[in-house]
Write a protein that binds this ligand. Structure first.
Ligand code: UPG
Ligand code: MN
Length: 737
C-alpha cells in the first residue's frame, strides 16, 4: 500500500493519498476478462460464418453488435479500476502554511431556475448554510443566480438576509454542526435552549412568509417595507416575463457595512437575475454560471469559486478548510478544482431508483482521481478562478481587464461604477464575439455543462481532486418518482452524446490530450446512450427467439456455454464487489443494476433517439429542470420502497413491453419443458435471461396488476405496451418462418 504525501519535506503534510489494494486484482482480472471477451467475439464470428440463412445471419449479427458495445463499455470502465485512490486531509497543519489574514476569499455561486419547481425556501437554506461556513465572514460572498427571474425568490432572499444576522452568530456561539437551518431545526440534536427556541420561531415565521408569497404568486404590498425594497420590486412590471426581462442585481448584504446582531461583519449576499431575451440563447446553467463569474469578478473577484445547485446545502462547516488543504499546497497549482461527491440525504432504505448513483458519484471518481483527475459534477465543487481563463500554462485573457482573475476588486460592491459594470456583463448580448463558453468559463454545447466543462479543463492541462470525507460535505435532493428519475437521466444521456459525437469526442480528443486512460474514462460517460442498444437487444431478442423455437445461444453441454457463464457472472460479481467495497448493501447494489437495465430501455433509448433526431434537425431539446417539490403520496410510496409510475410517460412503454414479453417467453418456455416439447439444455440461456428479466421487472407487474393507488401503471401505457408486444411477436414470427 503506497502512501504518498504531497507537501514539502520541511512542513507537515496538508494531505496524503493511498492507492487502494484492489488495484492489483483489478488489473489481473482485466487481463483474464479481456481474453474471455476476445473468445466471445471469435465465437460470434464462427456463428456468423456457419449461419444457414439470412435470418440467422442477422440474428447473430445483432448479438455480435450488442456484445461489441458491451465490450467497449466494459473496456472504458477499466480506467476507473486501474488506479483508484483515497485521500486524507490534515486541516490542523494549514496554519503552518498560511495565516488567518491571508486566507483566500471565496465566491459561492448558487443556481436556481424556477420558484415552483425549486421552492425558494430551499434555495435560502442552501445559501445560509454556505454563509455560515467556519471561515472569516469577510472572505465569503454568496451570489444567487435566479434564472426564473422571480420576485418570489428575491423576496425570499431579502428575508434570508435578515434572518442570517441572527443565524450566523448563533451557529458560531453554539458551534452548530448543521448550518442549514431547516436541517438543524428538524434534527435530533437541535437544542431546546431559549436562544434556539427563539431562532426556530424566527425561522418558521420566515418560512411561512416566503411560502405564503409563493402560494399567492406575488409579493403583496404588506411585505414591502422600505424604499429600497419598493424600488427593487418595481422592476417586475407587466412586460417582465421569465424569458424576457432586464438584468436585476440586488445587493442584499454588504461586507463592511452590514453587521450581525453581535456586531460582526456579514458576508456579501448578492441576488442576480441575468437579462433574458427570446432572441438570444441563454445556454441554461452554464450561461447563468458565466454571468456569475463576471458579476463576481466585478464585485469581489475571489480566487476561489464554489458552485452549488440550489438543493445542495452544506452539511459540514469545515469543508472550506478541507478544500484549502489541496488548494493552498504550492505543489498543486495546476489543480483546477476540488470535487466533493454528490450525496443525497433522503434516499430510502434500499434506494429503489439507484438515486445514490454510487458508480457515477463515488466509485468512478476515485478511479479518475488516481489518473489525472475526476470529472466535475456540477455542484459541490471548488474551482480556482484562474481555471476559467485557459490552461495552467496558457493563459486566456478576458476582453475587459476588470474581469481577469488577477484584477483587484477593492471598491464597495454597491458603488456606482461596480454596479454599472456588473449590469453590463450580465446582459444577453455581452458574450457575442467573446470567448465565453468556448475557451473561457463554463462551456456551452452540451446539456451536461458540468461534465463538458470539467472535461475541457482536464484536457487543457488542469488536474483535479476528488475528496470524499466521512461526514458528507453537502446533502442534496433526489427525484423520488420514476418519471423524474428517467427524464433526468435522459437529459444527461443527450448531453453526453452531444460531447461523444462532437469534435471534442473523448475517445479521440480526450485520448490525445490526456492519454488513453483518461480518454476512456471520459468516453465511458459520453457513450452512456449506446448502452440502450445491447440492453434493448437482450431484453427482447432471446425472448422472441425462445417464443419462435429458435436458439442462437450455445447448449449447456457446449464448451462455449461456460464462456457465457464466466462473462455474465464475472462482470456482475465484480460490479457488486465495487459497490460493496464502497460500503453499500447487496440490496442497494441490486436495485442499482435494475435501474441500469430500466434506464437502458427508457432514458438511454429515448435520449439516443432524441439526440439523433436533433442531429438530423428534426427536433430540439432543452433543460427540463428536476422538480424539488415533495408530493405527500409520492413520498409515502418512496419511503415504503414502492415504485411510482402514475403518469402516462412514453418512457414507460418499452419497459412495460419488455416486462410483458419476458413474462410470456418464460411461461411459454417452461410450459414447453413440462410438455416435453423442448429440451432444457437447448433453451437454458434464454430461460435464464427471461427469468432475469422477470425478476427485474417485478415492480412493473405489480404496478399493472396489483395496485390501485395513484402510482399504478396508467391503463393507456399497459394497452399500448400489449399492442407493441404483440406486433413485435408477429414480426419475429414472420422473420422466423
Ligand atoms: O436554465 C437553467 C437550468 C438549470 N439551472 C440550475 O441548474 C441546477 C441543476 O438543475 P437540476 O434540474 O437540479 O438538474 P440535475 O439533473 O438534478 O443536476 C445535475 O445535472 C446537471 C447537468 O445536467 C448539473 O448542472 C447539476 O449540477 C447536476 O447536479 C439547478 O440548481 C437549476 O436551478 C439554471 O440555473 N438554469
Ligand atoms: Mn438536481
Amino acid at each position: 500500500m503506497a502512501t504518498t504525501t504531497s507537501s514539502s519535506p520541511s512542513s507537515p503534510p496538508l494531505h496524503t493519498f493511498k492507492v487502494l489494494k484492489r488495484t492489483l486484482w483489478n488489473r489481473i482480472f482485466a487481463l483474464i476478462f479481456t481474453s474471455a471477451i476476445l473468445s466471445l467475439i471469435l465465437h460470434h464470428f464462427l456463428c456468423l460464418l456457419h449461419s444457414k440463412n439470412t435470418t440467422t445471419f442477422l440474428l447473430h449479427l445483432t448479438l455480435l453488435i450488442s456484445d461489441l458495445i458491451l465490450s467497449f463499455m466494459w473496456a472504458t470502465t477499466q480506467s476507473f479500476r486501474w488506479r483508484p485512490i483515497r485521500r486524507a486531509v490534515y486541516p490542523k497543519n494549514l496554519m503552518q502554511v498560511t495565516r488567518v489574514w491571508d486566507l483566500p476569499k471565496l465566491d459561492a455561486f448558487i443556481c436556481t431556475a424556477d420558484p415552483y419547481k425549486e421552492p425558494p425556501i430551499g434555495v435560502v437554506n442552501t445559501a445560509l448554510s454556505v454563509m455560515a461556513y467556519n471561515y472569516p465572514s469577510d472572505r465569503i460572498s454568496v451570489y444567487v443566480s435566479d434564472d426564473g427571474g422571480s420576485e418570489l425568490t428575491l423576496f425570499a432572499f431579502m428575508e434570508a438576509a435578515k434572518f442570517a444576522t441572527h443565524w450566523l452568530p448563533f451557529c458560531r456561539e453554539y458551534k452548530i454542526e448543521d448550518r442549514c437551518p431547516a436541517a438543524y431545526f428538524s434534527s435530533s440534536h437541535c437544542s431546546s435552549s431559549i436562544d434556539a427556541e427563539e431562532l426556530k420561531m424566527m425561522y418558521e415565521t420566515m418560512k411561512m412568509k416566503v411560502e405564503g408569497v409563493v402560494d399567492r404568486g406575488c409579493v403583496g404590498d404588506e411585505h414591502i417595507k422600505t424604499d429600497k425594497q419598493r424600488e427593487a420590486f418595481s422592476r417586475w412590471e407587466d412586460e417582465f416575463t421569465r424569458q424576457d426581462h432586464p438584468t436585476v442585481i440586488q445587493v442584499l448584504l454588504e461586507n463592511g457595512q452590514d453587521k450581525d446582531i453581535t456586531g460582526v461583519d456579514m458576508p456579501n449576499l448578492v441576488y442576480v437575475s441575468r437579462q433574458k431575451s427570446k432572441a438570444s440563447h441563454h445556454h441554461f446553467k452554464a450561461g447563468a454560471l458565466n454571468v456569475l463569474v463576471r458579476v463576481s469578478a466585478a464585485m469581489t473577484n475571489a480566487p476561489l469559486i464554489l458552485t452549488l445547485d440550489c438543493d445542495m446545502y452544506s452539511n459540514d462547516p469545515n469543508t472550506l478548510v478541507q478544500m484549502l488543504c489541496f488548494m493552498l499546497d504550492s505543489k498543486m497549482s495546476n489543480y483546477g478544482y476540488v470535487q466533493f461527491p454528490q450525496r443525497f440525504h433522503e434516499i430510502n432504505k434500499n434506494d429503489i431508483y439507484g438515486g445514490e448513483n454510487k458508480r457515477l458519484f463515488q466509485i468512478n471518481p476515485i478511479g479518475m482521481d488516481g489518473l489525472a483527475g475526476t470529472n466535475y459534477v456540477g455542484t459541490g465543487t471548488f474551482f480556482r478562478r484562474r481555471a476559467f481563463f485557459g490552461g495552467p500554462w496558457s493563459y486566456v485573457s478576458a476582453e475587459k481587464p476588470e474581469l481577469n482573475p488577477d484584477h483587484i476588486a477593492d471598491k464597495s460592491i454597491q458603488s456606482e461604477s461596480v454596479l454599472e459594470m456588473a449590469q453590463s456583463v450580465a446582459s444577453c448580448e455581452y458574450e457575442n464575439g467573446t470567448k465565453w463558453g468556448s475557451k473561457m468559463g463554463f462551456r456551452y454545447g452540451s446539456l451536461v455543462e458540468d461534465y463538458f466543462t470539467g472535461y475541457q479543463l482536464n484536457c487543457e492541462g488542469w488536474d483535479s481532486v476528488f475528496y470524499h470525507p466521512d461526514r458528507a460535505a453537502f446533502w442534496g435532493d433526489i427525484p423520488i418518482n420514476l418519471d423524474d428519475v428517467l427524464s433526468q437521466n435522459k437529459r444527461w444521456c443527450v448531453g453526453l452524446l452531444e460531447v461523444a459525437f462532437s469534435k471534442y469526442s473523448p475517445i479521440i480528443f480526450g485520448t490525445q490530450s490526456r492519454g488513453i486512460l483518461m480518454g476512456l474514462a471520459y468516453s465511458h460517460f459520453a457513450f452512456w446512450g449506446i448502452w440502450s442498444i445491447p440492453i434493448t437487444i437482450y431484453a427482447f431478442i432471446p425472448q422472441l427467439t425462445l417464443l419462435n423455437g429458435v436458439s442462437p445461444f450455445p447448449k449447456v453441454s457446449d464448451p462455449w456455454f461456460l464462456l457465457y457463464v464466466f462473462l455474465f457472472l464475472g462482470s456482475y460479481i465484480q460490479d457488486c464487489l465495487d459497490f460493496m467495497l464502497m460500503g453499500t448493501t447487496f440490496q442497494r447494489w441490486w436495485n442499482d443494476q435494475r435501474m441500469w437495465l430500466i434506464r437502458g430501455v427508457s432514458s438511454y433509448l429515448f435520449g439516443s433517439i432524441d439526440f439523433f433526431l436533433k442531429s438530423l434537425g428534426i427536433s430540439a431539446f432543452g433543460f427540463v429542470i428536476t422538480s424539488k417539490v415533495i408530493d405527500d403520496e409520492q413520498s409515502k410510496h418512496y419511503e415504503q420502497g414502492v415504485f411510482e409510475f402514475g403518469v402516462a410517460s412514453p418512457l414507460f412503454v418499452p419497459l412495460t413491453t419488455a416486462a410483458i414479453i419476458n413474462f410470456i417467453a418464460f411461461s411459454v418456455g417452461v410450459t414447453r419443458l413440462i410438455l416435453g416439447h423442448s429440451k432444457l439444455e437447448e433453451i437454458f440461456i434464454q430461460l435464464i435471461l427471461s427469468g432475469f428479466g422477470i425478476v427485474n421487472c417485478w415492480p412493473v407487474y405489480e404496478a399493472i396488476l396489483l395496485r390501485n393507488d395513484k402510482g399504478k401503471m396508467p391503463l393507456k401505457i399497459t394497452i399500448l405496451s400489449c399492442l407493441l408486444a404483440f406486433s413485435l411477436y408477429s414480426l419475429s414470427h414472420c422473420l422466423a418462418s
